[in-house]
Write a protein that binds this ligand. Sequence first.
Ligand code: NAD
Ligand code: UD1
Length: 353
Amino acid sequence: MKNKILVTGGTGYIGSHTCIALHEAGYDIVVYDNLSNSSREAVNRVSTLIGQTIEFIEGDIRDVETLRQVFSTHQFFGVIHFAGLKAVGESVAKPLLYYDNNVSGTITLLEVMAEYAVKNLVFSSSATVYGNPENLPINEESPRSCTNPYGQSKIAVEHILEDLAVSDDSWNLVALRYFNPVGAHSSGQIGEDPNDIPNNLMPYISQVAVGKLEKLNVFGNDYPTIDGTGVRDFIHVTDLAQGHVAALNYLDKQTRPKESGTTKLNSVGFLPINLGTGKGTSVLELVNAFNEVTGRDIPYQFTERRAGDIASCYASADKAKTLLGWQAELSVNDMCKDTWHWQSMNPSGYKVS
Ligand code: NAD
Ligand code: UD1
């Protein structure tokens, strides 16, 4: 029998790409999302791409009764938990909303999982939990610190997962710490669709390229980096999606009874793993790659540093390779090409232009 996975936040940017990867890897999926930052159209397009109608439930992770209904209808092997709010600036303005949605919502989900004895979880954490790192590349042992409610909500959930694993060794809890996800599915049918003016670099560049925004503001050119602009570990969303498949395969393998005749399962506990390429790329290097790959010319100007930004951030990706057998395959050029393919085919995202 195929393992069935509940994908919370599965209509969002990373979730929709992961649904395709899960389907291709032979998992059955049920998507659960309140559509607060996504569109039903994403579900339709994923269904078309995989040639099968996705089972989609519109619901909130804070809604215990709807979750119970879902868990009583399906027998899940595990949950991939993408559902969450992610805008740093908004989290500073609305901290209670962020703690309620991201932390209380996760607690409710975990309670319902416990009720139905579903103990395998892959959680969307973030490199933001490392704050301003002391050492590069950043490995999973680096201290966690953060100055905004969004990042705090990720650290809080990680602590909750750690405590849960200590309290009961039947939990298997992987926290995937994503670096900077960019790019889109190679079909150009699904991609990142920010509601408003994008906060993040790649969607901003692609909206300049498509003529929706005039020029890019490069936040600071006096960082101690190769060209003075910020350095990040950009990772293609398709590689990231494969990282989730690898994490589930790992859980499947680890939690199977090892000796015949025994029902004792092996515990994974709390396992944080970076998903990044291990390579840093500066803002200007990304702009130049985008220009080269797409034949566009992104106008930009240097402005003040953005509050809360750090100079450089890139992963040590060794743990993912050793434990999960996963590594990123796609290049910065692939990221630019696929972003542009999606953006040029869908200038207004999932909305009809
Ligand atoms: P996204 O906003 O596109 O997807 C999140 C999805 O969760 C959306 O479809 C939204 O409608 C849904 N959602 C939010 N609150 C919900 C709730 N209470 N109940 C049910 N559904 C809810 O974001 P994404 O970029 O796909 O990110 C997915 C996860 O990865 C998030 O938890 C995010 O914090 C984390 N993450 C993202 C990035 C990034 O750069 N995109 C980096 C690190 C970590
Ligand atoms: C931001 C968030 C981080 C979150 C991550 C992924 C902040 C302070 N941090 O990180 O918590 O986990 O997104 O969602 O918001 N840049 C420009 N011009 C722009 C946009 C960005 O120059 O219009 C620069 C930034 O200064 C940075 C780099 O591009 O050096 C990458 O920025 P961004 O894509 O926002 O990602 P992060 O800063 O890594």
